[in-house]
Design a protein around this ligand. Structure first.
Ligand code: BTN
Length: 329
């Protein structure tokens, strides 16, 4: 094991120990982990740096503000209807970005099956759409990336974003959160705030098989004082529905495996109705920003390929890309 892996194993053990929500004296931790109290303090500081909410009280010791339900492969499989695919699910503690981890797996010599998933408790370089970063504190969200291989780039391009948004929204519905909406192309909203985002990266050459890396960030229970998010956001906790993190992951993965197969065979046809029911932008006055170009109009849903329909001066134009902002009415 490398030094870095040793450190990660130790910090995980320390977190698991603190995760009962009780106070733990620095002295007892030091003795149990065969370390100095300063070393324990340093490891706790490192846990804080990755977003674990630990505080200390003089004379009592360290305590996590809120115990975290850690990701657990056994539990995820228990929550799935068909648990024969455990070997496709990989859980890490801290990674740069789960999308990048999938990319590294693809370029390694190991054969990576389609449907392979990487999950992490925290990301140090979480990436959002349009070059933004995705704030990824430890244990507060779902950070999930899945690999799917398509026969051609065209097959993956037409509507995959739309399908993934619908799939996540339907998983949430299955778990009792039945009022999410979708902002084109694939943001999941709850009560007008962003609950989840999707970053899809395609790799491959024209005429050859395309790897789609589907990255999903779903806010679970974010710290109250979280910094660095530049838009209105919410999390599962604020929906008022209590759901296990592992169950959430199990459903999202299982539904995606199923829906990706449907999508591969029949394109978007099975998903359009579900999109229309959840279309957050429908009939809103919006601006589509495409590079330096800004086009104003009224959103009129999506076409059969998933392109956004924008009405201006009586005519309707389809947009396949662009960033949307809603104009004050
Ligand atoms: C967005 O900007 O709305 C997309 C956010 C996507 C975040 C997820 S978290 C898992 C995966 N790994 C990343 O680095 N990004 C995606």
């Amino acid at each position: 094991m490398t030094h870095r892996q040793d450190t990660e194993v130790l910090r995980t053990a320390l977190l698991q120990r603190l995760n009962d929500g009780e106070f733990h004296s620095g002295q007892i931790l030091a003795s149990d982990f065969a370390l100095s109290r300063t070393a324990i303090a340093n490891h706790i500081e490192a846990l804080k740096q990755i977003g674990v909410d630990v505080f200390s009280v003089k004379g009592k010791g360290y305590k996590v503000a809120r115990p975290i339900e850690l990701l657990n492969l056994g539990k995820i499989c228990e929550y799935q209807n068909d648990n024969r695919h455990a070997n496709r699910i990989h859980i890490s503690n801290i990674v740069g970005s789960t999308n990048d981890l999938i990319k590294r797996m693809i370029t390694s010599d190991i054969k990576v099956e389609r449907g392979t998933c990487c999950l992490a408790e925290a990301q140090t370089n979480g990436r959002g759409r349009r070059g933004k970063s995705w704030v990824s504190p430890f244990g507060c969200s779902i950070y999930l990336s899945m690999l799917w291989k398509f026969a051609s780039v065209y097959q993956a391009l037409a509507g995959l974003s739309i399908m993934v948004g619908v799939s996540v929204s339907k998983s949430l519905m299955r778990l009792g959160i039945d009022d999410t909406q979708l902002k084109w192309p694939n943001d999941v909203y709850h009560q007008n705030k962003k609950l989840a985002g999707v970053l899809i990266e395609l790799e491959g050459q024209v005429g050859a098989q395309t790897n789609a890396i589907i990255g999903i960030g779903l806010n679970y229970h974010l710290p109250q004082d979280i910094q660095g998010i530049d838009q209105a956001f919410t999390d599962i906790h604020h929906t008022g529905v209590t759901v296990s993190r592992n169950q959430l992951v199990a459903c999202i993965i299982e539904d995606l495996w199923h829906n990706l197969t449907l999508f591969e065979n029949d394109g978007l046809s099975n998903f359009l109705d579900d999109w229309h029911k959840r279309d957050w932008l429908l009939n809103k006055a919006i601006t589509v920003h495409n590079g330096s170009n800004a086009v104003h109009g009224v959103s009129k849903g999506i076409d059969k390929d998933g392109a956004l329909l924008l009405q201006q001066n009586g005519s309707v134009q389809a947009f396949h890309g662009g960033e949307i902002s809603v104009r004050a009415s």
